[in-house]
Design a protein around this ligand. Structure first.
Ligand SMILES: NC(=O)c1ccc[n+]([C@@H]2O[C@H](COP(=O)([O-])OP(=O)(O)OC[C@H]3O[C@@H](n4cnc5c(N)ncnc54)[C@H](OP(=O)(O)O)[C@@H]3O)[C@@H](O)[C@H]2O)c1
Length: 316
């Protein structure tokens, strides 16, 4: 029997969990082995993880019994939910709560819960600056996660809370990259309200989670925000311009205009950016690149990420 500690990884076929699985596989001497949990063990992504050497098991966050089976015998569990698959804060909360309870039933020793702030602790529902969404949320994909932190604290195995920051991959996959302006110059348009934005290469989130598991159980109960770098809009545009060898201007889009863009999630994201601007330095302090680098010495700067990914950013 292997003496290595099994880490069961939710979202293993995705960005955060995938980074954690690959970090463990890249460090075979670490004492940890990944168990990738997926709804579709036969999918190409799951097969690719198995091909790299990961154990792959079936598990569905909508099916609590399947989670207990998937977590059985594991030392650690990484929990992440995907709001953007269904856009329902209620369902995300139910999925996360099921994961939390299953970790305790399975006798797990250390859980990482990939959470975000419940913004309603800062912005009350009757605060008109952010429109209320889904009946009782300000930033549904943040609030739903933060609202179940207490379930992890009270009903899960011992938990460390990990807060991700804006993935720079959003410039590739989420249509947030620069666009051609009327004069032919490129414009990076984002609603930052003058604030600086903590950002990270998505792969680094899982590497930081690996650093948390490696550092043992000292971090239990802590909230650890991870970021590769904290940059203003003009700084991000200038760095993109340097990588593209073209001028890229920054346009700070008014929050109301962004909320009105009409794509799925526009209001949620508009509120998210405005929440970050309202919190200002308090939000920046919650995501510390120095601590992130201590957990993950490979942490990429934005320039390094651009160096590897600039050709993948679609220029509209
Ligand atoms: N984009 C950003 O800038 C950003 C920043 C901070 C936080 N986040 C948060 O990141 C979360 C998504 O994480 P990600 O980007 O790592 O995901 P992702 O790359 O979009 O992949 C989604 C993962 O979730 C798994 N999954 C979804 N529903 C599941 C279910 N019912 N049971 C089991 N597994 C399920 C999928 O696994 P299978 O399909 O294989 O089952 C897949 O591995 C979101 O909730 C978002 O709010 C995003």
């Amino acid at each position: 029997m292997s003496e290595k500690k099994i880490i069961a990884v939710m979202g293993a076929t995705g960005a955060q969990g995938g980074g954690l699985v690959r970090a463990m596989l890249a460090n075979p001497g670490s004492g940890f082995v990944p168990r990738a949990v997926t709804r579709k063990p036969d999918s190409d992504k799951a097969r690719a993880l198995a091909g790299l050497g990961a154990e792959v098991v079936a598990g569905d966050a909508d099916d609590p019994a399947s989670l207990e089976r998937a977590f059985a015998g594991a030392h650690g569990v990484f929990c992440v939910t995907n709001f953007w698959e269904h856009f329902s804060a209620e369902r995300e909360g139910a999925q996360a709560s099921a994961m939390a309870r299953a970790t305790r039933k399975a006798g797990v020793r250390h859980v990482i819960w990939s959470t975000l702030e419940d913004t309603r602790k800062w912005i009350r529902l009757d605060d008109g600056r952010l429109p209320t969404l889904q009946g009782r949320y300000k930033v549904p994909h943040f609030d739903a996660k933060g609202a179940v932190d207490h379930v992890f604290a009270e009903e899960a195995a011992p938990t460390t809370y990990l807060l991700a920051s804006f993935y720079w991959e959003n410039f590739i996959h989420f249509g947030m990259g620069p666009r051609q302006g009327p004069d032919g110059d490129l414009v990076l348009a984002m609603p930052l309200g003058g604030a600086r934005l903590p950002g990270i290469a998505a792969e680094d989130i899982g590497r930081c989670a690996y650093g948390v598991f490696r550092s043992g159980t000292d971090t239990i109960g802590q909230r650890i925000g991870v970021a590769g770098e904290v940059l203003s809009g003009p700084e991000m545009a200038a760095k993109m311009g340097h990588a593209l060898k073209r001028k890229v201007d920054f346009s700070d889009v008014p929050f109301d205009v962004y909320r009105g863009l009409g794509f799925p999630g526009a209001e949620d994201l508009g509120n998210m950016f405005q929440f970050q601007a309202i919190l200002g330095d308090e939000f920046l302090r919650s995501r510390d690149p120095v601590r992130s680098r201590a957990l993950n010495p490979q942490l990429l700067s934005f320039d390094a990420w651009l160096g590897a990914n600039i050709g993948r950013i679609p220029i509209a």
